[in-house]
Write a protein that binds this ligand. Structure first.
Ligand code: C2E
Ligand code: MG
Ligand code: MG
Ligand code: MG
Length: 287
């Protein structure tokens, strides 16, 4: 058996490609017109209560429905938007579409908290808090039903503008969430300055943590910190039954991840909830 046959059998064989071949990056002009032409679509991923299984809300995750390349994930265009002054336009489009959707769900009697990811690059202009609240209020949604997620590694709580904007948003009754917690370097002092409502433990400390002492230590420390500071704690990256058992055993508040649901188009949500309700009795049975 040749090396190639062996590699093929073990699944490691790959067709020949140029060394260091990379996917061609998108350019700012292409992204700008995609934003303007409505090529961005919102997907939604549920966050569920770990003890009862109740669906607490959904996180909005943007995708680019590219006319040629198909569905493109945000890791290929968020930084591009940030670096080219397009992030505020992108946020506006994602936010207003999420709010229209939230309102439509409410009309159907489905009261879900809807979370939207915000880029720290938007936190330099003091008018940003008004931009956000105008988009929410004009859709007929209450700020209490909206969660604003900001990634911990990008938080600049030693600077005046972000601190002021977060405070303004909190005063307008939005729920503030600190995302990917454990991957940044916020000091405890800084964390205390902003009344975050929610802390999301990064998926790298959740998935597989029951078999990894270092991850488990980070998971437990983050969970306890969130609790002590009075925040609702979300475990991200709950991918399998072991992860689900861990979050239940440790009494984390909310869970999100592939084990529960993949991000999906809005149109799939109602059907997913019905399927989740059927699956639930086994998942929340006392163990
Ligand atoms: P995030 O906010 O931390 O979102 C969670 C990411 O983890 C999502 O990736 C989601 O699809 C993925 N995920 C969910 N469950 C699991 C799981 O069980 N296992 C694993 N391995 N992954 C899981 P996605 O949608 O590719 O988004 C990546 C990041 O892009 C997001 O991370 C967020 O930081 C950013 N992003 C997404 N949408 C927006 C947006 O509208 N605006 C901004 N500024 N950033 C966005
Ligand atoms: Mg997020
Ligand atoms: Mg995250
Ligand atoms: Mg992330």
């Amino acid at each position: 058996v040749s090396i190639v046959d062996l590699e093929e059998m073990t699944g490691r064989w790959k067709p020949a490609v140029a060394p260091n071949a990379e996917i061609e990056p998108y350019g700012p002009a292409e992204l700008r017109s995609a934003i303007a032409n409505g090529e961005l679509v919102n997907y939604y991923q549920p966050k569920v209560n770990v003890q009862t299984g109740a669906v607490s809300g959904v996180e909005t995750l943007v995708r680019w429905q590219h006319p040629v390349d198909g569905l493109v994930f945000p890791d290929r265009f968020i930084a591009l938007a940030e670096e080219n002054g397009l992030i505020n336009d992108l946020t506006r489009v994602v936010l207003s579409s999420a709010m229209r959707q939230a309102h439509a769900w409410q009309e159907k009697g489905l009261r879900l908290k809807v979370a939207v990811n915000l880029s720290m690059d938007s936190f330099s202009s003091v008018t940003f808090a008004d931009v956000v609240s105008d988009a929410v209020l004009s859709a007929g949604v209450a700020p209490q039903d909206v969660v604003l997620e900001v990634t911990e590694s990008r938080l600049l709580l030693d600077q005046r503008a972000p601190l002021e904007i977060l405070t303004r948003l909190r005063l307008k009754r939005f729920r503030l969430s600190i995302d990917d917690f454990g991957t940044g370097n916020s000091s405890l002092t800084q964390l205390r300055q902003i009344p975050f409502d929610e802390l999301k433990i990064d998926q790298s400390f959740v998935h597989g943590a029951s078999r990894d002492n270092t991850a488990l230590a980070m998971y437990s420390a983050s969970l306890n910190l969130g609790r002590e500071l009075g925040m609702e704690v979300v475990a991200e990256g709950v991918e399998d039954l072991e992860d689900w058992d861990l979050v239940r055993r440790t009494k984390c508040d909310l869970a999100q991840g592939y084990f529960i649901a993949r991000p999906m188009p809005a149109s799939a949500l109602v059907e997913w909830i019905a399927a989740w309700d059927r699956r639930l009795p086994q998942l929340v049975a006392a163990s």
